[in-house]
Design a protein around this ligand. Structure first.
Ligand code: NAD
Length: 448
């Protein structure tokens, strides 16, 4: 294994996928990745990469998604650095073996504990919508757990992926972390190899491809997928405050967020009050011409632009609706009179369109949610503890948040992941260590 760290540690472009994995497996098998000190030094390396190259990364994020500098810094860099800092502060205690109670009939000297074992060589496949954070965040867990890593950034976010790939090669020994750039073809070649864990973030169709490939080697997977995350707005909600928070959560990154509110469920009277409040909140946040707003993003490419604009006739355009293909701009849009059978309700929107669907009441909202695939997030605006309690107990979703969509993702004490169609497994904070480790059982019976 080479121990060279720095610009000379280039990816071996001439290597096959099998050679890349073989090289990383040799590193893992050498035992070098197991000590706490090694893991800490890799996390510090990752931290330096983000902090020392902030400006270049922010410019790349602007080029891909027109993320303004403040948003890019907070969401893609600062949050990721905070996750690294948490791992640096807590890893030693997370790794402490945990004693387990031993039944009395095994005798007083018998002991047992659990310990986290690294898995080996892991593959991290990232998407384009938070192309830096969603590439680096799983790598934090993979390195903290003592693994070697193949990182596959998204080919769609060309600028950010190019900069991140170059920096990962500069900051990491290629025998510890190798970046493989490319799309379906390169990922397919990687998936033909035996990894010890595959961590995939993206859509469910490719999630199935990843899981089928992993099954051939009994490789465990984490699938961080998406789905249609509903928002129940109860009649007791303050509609102005609800609208303000919904607009902030929905239209950030032009709605291209896995946990973005997808559609609103409200009774007719609440919906009628909410829609003008949403219009006012959009005007207040983005001005009357959002195309010129500094903090409103763009659609990643023409294919997604065309997919999204085709959804606009699924209802009545009550807010926004303007679009400009040359600029990949779609205004913050609210659709009302949405028929549940219309196309906007068939697939995850993943763009700046919010659908409002009228339901009779909470009972009908719960039925509506449960008739559909399990979402990544469920949100509600209500003062009623009884309503919150019913929603949390009577529906299934990756997570829930009352009163502030998306916030659950930012609390690293909470696990982040989906259920059913929205994903498999979880990460963030100590859950990232768990995602990339095997929880080993150790029993010890003294000879005398
Ligand atoms: P994408 O197109 O960038 O694809 C994700 C990754 O899959 C890329 O690295 C890509 O190269 C790879 N890929 C594409 N086709 C492949 C194939 N045939 N075989 C193997 N690999 C292939 O991103 P996307 O899927 O459009 O991302 C959007 C989706 O991801 C949405 O559904 C969103 O909700 C979800 N998402 C989930 C989370 C989460 O944390 N749960 C976060 C972001 C996005």
């Amino acid at each position: 294994m080479t121990t060279t760290q720095g610009t000379e540690s280039r990816t071996h472009w001439s290597e096959t996928a099998a050679e890349v994995v073989g090289r990383l497996r040799a590193t893992f098998n050498s035992g070098v990745t197991r000590p706490l000190d090694w893991r800490v030094s890799q996390l510090q390396r990752l931290r330096s990469l983000l902090v020392e190259n902030e400006q270049e990364l922010i410019e790349a994020l602007w080029a891909d998604l027109r993320k303004n500098a403040a948003e890019a810094k907070v969401q893609e860099i600062d949050f990721t650095v905070a996750d690294i800092d948490e791992a640096l502060a807590d890893l030693e205690s997370w790794l402490e073996p945990r004693p387990v109670e031993v039944p009395a009939h095994f005798g007083p000297t018998t002991t047992a504990y659990t310990t986290y074992d690294p898995l080996g060589v892991v593959l991290v496949i990232a998407p384009w919508n938070f192309p830096l954070h969603l590439l680096i965040d799983p790598i934090i867990g993979a390195l903290a757990a003592g693994n070697t890593v193949v990182a596959k950034p998204s080919e769609m976010s060309v600028h950010t992926s190019a900069v991140a790939s170059r920096l990962l090669r500069e900051y990491f020994d290629a025998d510890v972390l190798t970046v493989v750039e490319g799309g379906a073809e390169e990922t397919t070649a990687l998936l033909a190899q035996r990894f010890d864990h595959i961590f995939y973030t993206g859509n469910g169709a490719v999630g199935r491809v990843v899981m089928a490939a992993a099954a051939k080697n009994l490789t465990p997977v984490t699938l961080e997928l998406g789905g249609k995350s509903p928002v129940f707005v109860a009649p007791d909600a303050d509609v102005e405050e609800t609208a303000k928070r919904l607009v902030g959560a929905k239209f950030g990154n032009a709605g291209q967020q896995c946990v973005a509110p997808d559609y609103v469920l409200a009774d007719p009277a609440t919906a009628a009050a909410l829609v003008p409040a949403l219009r006012a909140a959009v005007d207040a946040q983005f001005g009357f011409t959002p195309q010129t707003a500094a903090d409103f993003g763009r659609i990643i490419n023409e294919r997604h632009f065309d997919r999204l604009t085709a959804l606009l006739d699924s209802g009545r355009v009550a807010v926004g609706g303007q679009h400009d293909r040359d600029d990949l701009f779609i205004a913050p849009t609210v659709l009302t009179d949405v028929d549940p059978a219309s196309s906007v309700m068939q697939e995850e929107i993943f763009g700046p369109i919010l659908a409002v669907v009228e339901v009779a009441d909470l009972d009908a909202a719960i039925v509506f949610i449960n008739e559909r695939e399990k979402p990544l997030a469920l949100y509600a605006f209500t003062e009623s503890e009884a309503t919150k309690s019913r929603l949390v107990k009577e529906t299934s979703s990756g997570g829930v948040a009352w009163g502030q969509p998306v916030i659950q993702l930012l609390m690293t004490g909470l696990p982040f992941g989906g259920v059913g169609e929205s994903g498999l497994g979880r990460y963030h904070g100590r859950y990232s260590l768990e995602a990339f480790s095997h929880l080993k059982a150790v029993a010890d019976v003294p000879l005398n």
